[in-house]
Design a binder for this molecule. Structure first.
Ligand SMILES: *[C@@H]1O[C@H](CO)[C@@H](O)[C@H](O)[C@H]1NC(C)=O
Ligand SMILES: *[C@@H]1O[C@H](CO)[C@@H](O)[C@H](O)[C@H]1NC(C)=O
Length: 639
């Protein structure tokens, strides 16, 4: 066929496809919004929403949805609508019939009935999505609106809302599993590039869903909804099962499920004093029993190397003696302030509480792999011996130590201490671009997932990215560990606000956003995600040049010490045209763009002046942008 008629064919097929697709969305939406959904089966409804979003992701990647906006280029570019025209239409018709038949069958059995749509939910999908804590991007919302309006125009009867009289769980599960298989098939016919795009979009949606789920009961429902696909029913024939597993993997469902469990765990420590959880939920979320673990270790269990102990390094090697067994560990220090007589709220108690919480988070399993946080075994008070507080105010004693296990990996050298990225930048030769890109990608991914559960790092800098050497003395740049988590510290007893951590000198401020630097608490903004993203940007600069930021900018630390203005100027210097262009020159445009966005922040991250980053909708958007403009871009770099 000549190109002109090929194009005509593609558009023709896609136009028919779009009509059928509209019918699919109508049918699905009617089932999703059905009233009287039993509470204990709401996870099935959540799953159906996720499958509907998967279908949306397909229509976006294939270009079908663009056709609705009179844009034809995507349809013309992909050969889906010519090469696979039969299959595409066949599958879409199958989806449409699946929901039509389900509705008819359930109505005949008097399980479902039509009722007037009093709240106008059908035409306002955003209301219903908000109630279900489900994100609905504008484009998809508008499409649903339009489809439901046209359904209303076509017939009054067809556009009534459904209501469950008796919920048929088995039939609903079958509907879900068939729909899921058809979705897998639809993805399967697209070419590799579009499949990857679909998986990225689905991951975005699912992170958004996670963002909107807060309560333990909601998170538990989310985990159940994810499990439906993760534990793809063994009833499936092998070939189909393999496909389903592969797709679920590519959608990153396991990770979202782990993140949901982690979020629930954090929620459970926050609300430990409130009503206890029922056992089924706790088991399902793998929360463990409250108070089951004692993380406060006795000082006598830790043997510190005297030389390392006297130094002011933030971490040191040590030996943990437990039940007579010695284990090599490493310790990370958190200082607290001296207490003065008359202090109403003792800083130490507050710090201890926060360290305890941090230890619990870092100790929890299962831990999402992409967090790349080391496993914490507990914490101890440097200043206490045998439960007695030492009277002397030795500054070395005023520290709490978080005890970490070395990663269990046979390829690692068990004797060499962890080495920080900062040390590597100063002492090793610049690794090849591929390795540096891999490192940048790994760190950005960590931050994306930490932020997905609202975990702010607050101390991102190359001192806190650590590696364990392999037996051959190398470092695997794809496996950095993120340490040095910081938390809000009470400044002085009379002003309970955050102050930057100890060792708060110029060196650390170089990595902090200018608005996070002031030592005056009144002037400093509350720490927020975009400050972490800024610090990530500084790390990306260091990794590109393979030099610490002071060297990159030619700042003499000895001159700059005690002069806050030096650190305040870092952001502007990094954003200077020449600096940015330099990044492009050594790492390419994708890297340059990603770094520039992190450092510039604001509009570049899709944030406006008045946006509150703790707001769910804003947080979901920020996460999407961080993924789209930074993590994904760094992952796409081909060298
Ligand atoms: C969908 O894929 C399954 C295997 O995963 C296959 O058995 C089935 O025939 C496919 N359906 C269509 C309509 O292609
Ligand atoms: C834990 O929960 C609290 C309260 O909901 C939230 O502010 C915090 O960001 C969460 N932290 C983590 C690490 O998830």
């Amino acid at each position: 066929m000549d190109p002109v008629s090929l194009a005509g064919l593609a558009i023709g097929v896609a136009s028919i496809g779009l009509q059928v697709y509209s019918g699919c969305i109508q049918g699905i939406q009617l089932v999703i919004t059905a009233l009287n959904f039993p509470d204990d089966a709401r996870y099935l409804n959540l799953r159906l929403r996720m499958e509907q979003q998967r279908l949306f992701a397909w229509s976006e990647a294939s270009g079908l949805l663009d056709l609705d906006a009179k844009r034809r280029d995507k349809v013309l570019e992909s050969n889906t609508f010519v090469l696979h025209r039969q299959t595409v239409l066949d599958l879409l018709v199958q989806v449409e019939c699946l929901f039509k038949e389900f509705k008819e069958h359930q109505e005949k059995r008097k399980c479902l009935r039509a009722v007037p749509d009093q709240d106008q939910v059908l035409e306002n999908p955003e209301k219903d999505a908000a109630e279900a804590n489900f994100p609905l991007p504008k484009r998809r919302r508008d499409f649903i609106k339009k489809a439901m309006r046209s359904l209303k125009e076509s017939s009054h009867e067809a556009s009534q809302r459904l209501q469950w009289v008796a919920f048929d769980k088995a039939a609903f599960e079958l509907l879900l599993s068939r729909f899921s298989t058809l979705n897998d098939n639809m993805t399967g016919i697209l070419d590799q590039r579009m499949q990857v795009e679909i998986h990225h979009t689905v991951q975005d949606t699912n992170r958004g869903v996670l963002q909107l789920h807060h309560k333990i009961s909601d998170l538990s429902r989310l985990v159940m909804a994810l499990n439906i696909r993760l534990e793809a029913s063994s009833a499936l024939p092998t070939a189909q099962l393999t496909v389903a597993k592969k797709q679920a993997n590519a959608d990153g469902l396991e990770l979202i499920s782990q993140l949901a469990k982690f979020k629930a765990f954090n929620e459970s420590i926050e609300s430990a004093h409130k009503r206890p959880l029922d056992e089924a939920t706790a088991n399902q979320l793998e929360l463990g029993k409250p108070g089951e673990k004692r993380l406060l270790l006795d000082r006598s269990m830790i043997e510190l190397d005297p030389a390392a102990d006297e130094s002011d390094q933030p971490r040191c090697e040590a030996v943990l003696v437990k039940d007579g067994v010695k284990k090599k560990v490493w310790v990370e220090w958190k200082e607290y302030d001296p207490q003065r007589p008359g202090d109403s709220s003792p800083p130490k108690a507050v710090i201890v509480e926060r360290v305890a919480k941090l230890a619990a988070l870092l100790n929890h399993t299962p831990k999402p792999e992409d967090f790349r946080t080391p496993h914490c075994l507990g914490y101890f008070d440097r200043g206490s011996s045998n439960g007695q507080e030492d009277e002397d105010e030795d500054i070395l004693n005023m520290r709490l130590g978080l005890v970490f296990e070395r990663p269990v990996d046979s390829g690692l050298d068990q004797s060499s201490p962890p080495v920080s990225l900062h040390e590597l930048l100063e002492t090793t030769r610049k690794p090849p671009v591929t390795k540096r890109v891999k490192l940048a990608h790994a760190i950005s991914k960590c931050l994306l997932y930490l932020h997905a559960v609202n975990w702010l790092h607050k101390g991102l800098r190359s001192h806190n990215i650590i590696f364990f050497k392999t037996t051959s003395g190398d470092v695997d740049f794809g496996k950095p560990y993120l340490s040095g988590f910081d938390f809000s510290r009470p400044a002085r007893a009379d002003e309970m606000t955050d102050i930057p951590g100890p060792g708060d000198d110029i060196e650390y401020n170089l990595y902090r956003h200018p608005n996070a630097q002031s030592t005056n608490p009144d002037e400093r903004e509350r720490f927020k995600k975009s400050f972490d993203i800024y610090s990530l940007g500084v790390l990306l600069v260091e990794i590109a040049h393979w030099a610490t930021v002071d060297k990159v900018l030619g700042i003499n630390l000895n001159v700059a010490r005690g002069r806050p203005s030096f650190a305040l100027k870092v952001r502007d210097s990094l954003l200077a045209t020449d600096q940015i262009a330099e990044l492009g020159a050594c790492m390419g445009e994708l890297y340059e763009g990603a770094t520039q966005k992190c450092i510039a922040g604001g509009e570049q991250l899709g944030l406006s002046e008045k946006d509150d980053e703790t707001n769910d909708a804003v947080a979901a958007r920020l996460s999407m942008v961080l993924h789209e403009k930074v993590v994904k871009k760094l992952g796409e770099i081909q060298v």
